[in-house]
Design a protein around this ligand. Structure first.
Ligand code: P5A
Length: 437
């Protein structure tokens, strides 16, 4: 992408309406635009990152055996009356009436709709286990939308729903998602801690929130200090293995949200207990037959008996993750994207646009890097070098390749790693080998 034609409306000044650093940086980098309170348009740079995050989530769901589908955002109120949640959900639900006076709603979650799809087609225990997910926009009329995409009203969620014949099988489905979540967040460079959590309007009694520790987080949390240095995935099993031992040893290390934490019964001595704030990037639930019973989602068992299906649901805040990643990875100059979710792999900085030799070398590098499959942000704008460096740091591209007339006299370019600030001068071929190899 040539930045001279890329729609990336960066801001020099710090937006005053943004209270936390991730929101400020997303606005400054021209990634999002608020269109109403808690509702955002995703500008090209922000949308690139959103799609990267979404793709990692998708790959890990697929690897865990979940199958992707896509349900609509608009739902019928009648479905929610069947589960009894239509009235319970209260003002957070955006209710809509269509031209025929039918009551509809913009879905805040999809337990009812997926249960309806399930009961229409699945009739036998032989068709189980089943796990279906989608990545779709949700709407919750949050009383206080804030912190940009972190607590929006419209937000992108991955929600998966598992169906099993008995509680033991449902526990295995839960453990698969538990492991898939740890892998998902690790791939984004995040350390997510699974914490015992309340279930709120979703229901059930087994639930974990996946929390990224951050001072700006909205959740109060408590965990054993071992969590700070632990790499739980180091000797994690694969999906074909029995996940129970891994689940037991991971959830034995204490971690709980403040609603679940009780100082009187906490097994961790005060000296080993960390009290912190965190961002909830995922939340998983096992709620048994809470929806299948009232909605009559039953299958025939081995002896022909009717068995209400055992269910769980598993959410990831896809759009919230963008804020969480920035909170976890930035410096005074801007965002530091982990390679896996960066909007571009390489930022190519032309120090003197208009200088024939510099333009030629840059165009050549741009073409070769793209041929090698790298996504390149080529800054070919007629701007001062200082402005180009500042923008490249702000948008957080992991590698910066700087090309100017002075270096080219001796055949060298400069390569900078955004995360460490380390710079090295090297020949054009060596730079290419390093970035394209
Ligand atoms: C699980 C999947 C559910 O809705 N039903 C389907 C269950 N869980 S949840 O905890 O309520 O939401 C799942 C994740 O969505 C993110 N999230 C939000 N992100 C941005 N803005 C919001 N207002 C918002 N509300 C929830 C969180 O990451 C949460 O873990």
């Amino acid at each position: 992408m040539r930045l001279s034609s890329f729609f990336m409306p960066t801001l020099k000044e710090t937006p005053t309406e943004a209270q936390i650093v991730s929101h400020r940086l997303m606005l400054r980098a021209g990634m999002i635009r608020q269109t109403s309170a808690g509702i955002y348009a995703w500008l090209p740079l922000g949308y690139r990152v959103l799609r990267k995050i979404e793709q990692i989530v998708r790959e890990e769901q697929d690897a865990a055996g979940a199958q992707e589908l896509l349900m609509p955002t608009i739902q019928s109120a009648d479905l929610w009356r069947e589960s009894g949640r239509y009235d319970d959900y209260g003002k957070e639900m955006l209710r809509i009436t269509d031209r025929h006076d039918r009551e509809m709603l913009f879905g805040p979650t999809n337990e009812e709709m997926i249960t309806d799809i399930f009961r229409a087609f699945v009739k036998s225990y032989r068709q189980l286990p089943l796990n279906l997910y989608h990545i779709q926009w949700k709407f919750r009329d949050e009383i206080r939308p804030r912190f940009g995409v972190m607590r929006g009203r419209e937000f992108l969620m991955k929600d998966a729903y598992s169906f099993d014949i008995d509680p033991a099988s449902a526990r295995r489905a839960y453990q698969r998602m538990f492991l898939a979540y740890l892998r998902t967040f690790a791939r984004m460079g995040l350390k997510a801690i699974p914490m015992r959590a309340d279930t709120g309007p979703i229901g059930g009694d087994l639930s974990h929130e996946f929390i990224i520790l951050a001072e700006t987080g909205e959740s109060g949390v408590f965990c054993h200090k071992d969590w700070l240095s632990l790499d739980v995935l180091k000797d994690a099993p694969g999906f074909a293995d029995d996940l129970q031992p891994f689940f037991d040893r991971t959830t034995a290390i204490y971690a709980a949200t403040d609603e679940k934490h009780d100082a009187a019964t906490c097994p961790v001595p005060e000296s080993d207990l960390v009290s912190a704030r965190g961002i909830e990037v995922g939340h998983i639930f096992n709620f048994g037959t809470k929806y299948s019973k009232p909605m009559n989602a039953v299958v025939a068992g081995p002896n022909g008996e009717s068995i209400p299906v055992e269910m769980g649901s598993y959410g990831i805040g896809v759009s919230r993750l963008m804020g969480a990643i920035i909170e976890a990875s930035h410096d005074d100059n801007g965002i530091i994207w982990p390679d896996a979710v960066a909007p571009f792999d390489v930022g190519l900085v032309n120090l003197k646009s208009g200088d024939a030799e510099t333009d030629r070398v840059c165009a050549d590098l741009y073409a070769k890097l793209q041929t090698a499959g790298r996504e390149v942000a080529y800054d070919d704008r007629e701007e001062r070098p200082g402005a180009k460096f500042a923008d490249m740091d702000l948008i957080g591209v992991p590698w910066q390749l700087v090309v100017g007339p002075r270096g080219l006299k001796t055949g060298v370019v400069e390569l900078k790693r955004r995360a460490t600030g380390e710079k090295e001068e090297l020949s054009i071929d060596a730079a290419l080998a390093k970035l394209a190899g």
